[in-house]
Design a protein around this ligand. Sequence first.
Ligand code: OAD
Length: 259
Amino acid sequence: MDHGTRRAAKMLSDARTVLCLTGAGVSAESGVPTFRDAQTGLYANRDPMDLASPGGFRRDRALVWGWYMERLARLGEVEPNPGHHALAELETSVPRFTLVTQNVDDLHERAGSIDVIHLHGSIARFRCFDCGHPYELRPEERTAPEPPYCPDCGDFIRPDVVWFGEELPGEHLARARQLAMEAQVLLVAGTSGTVFPAAEIPYWAKTNGATVIDVNLEVTPISRIADIFLRGPSGEVLPDLLAAMELFAPHESDYDDEH
Ligand code: OAD
């Protein structure tokens, strides 16, 4: 086991408040493409503004709807990976652990994570583009070439996700910010750290004294400011980190000494 993993495990074992920030990289080993991978990314050879902005939806709603429905269908075929499971288990061993994710999938919840904040919404929820009323999508509407109409106002239905140029859900962002400022450790995994305000979370945490641990395949703006950078796939690094925490777990003999 390398020194970085041992140090990170010690920090996590000692911490009472931990915030974890995840991005598309944690779902990559489940078979969900990330956004910015040059070859396989969801934005590869495409303009994100065409796929994930209100203007893009207005210009070509069939394109946007098809892109989201394809992603939603693919999510039905994948399972959480060992990285998701390790984070769910970490939640049970830290007194106050919250996970804030930029992912619109539900793989963290399916792995057993409970306190999850979805900063960018959910790909399986829908609402009206105009009046905002929630909409329950019927199975046949998932394969339709165009989104359905809102029964309340007649505008189109859209995925309940945050698009470029839109505000994040205020109460979620406020809670994430508060937790970042209170956290003793911020564990970041699988994000390029390029989309704000989510990418600000590590700075809020660090400025308020947290130890920042970053898990990524590549160097990112977050790994540059991290106290510990664990380079590798989150599906391997996070389970290793959890296993390393065993080294610092209190043993029964520790308690025996007290009696
Ligand atoms: P990106 O696609 O920007 O970045 C994914 C990151 O995960 C990269 O830094 C990769 O190096 C890393 N990565 C890939 N596979 C990994 C693995 N197996 N283990 C560890 N790291 C791995 O995805 P996000 O940072 O999540 O927003 O993107 C942020 C936001 O941009 C998304 O939420 C989405 C997008 O526009 C909205 O849809 C609003």
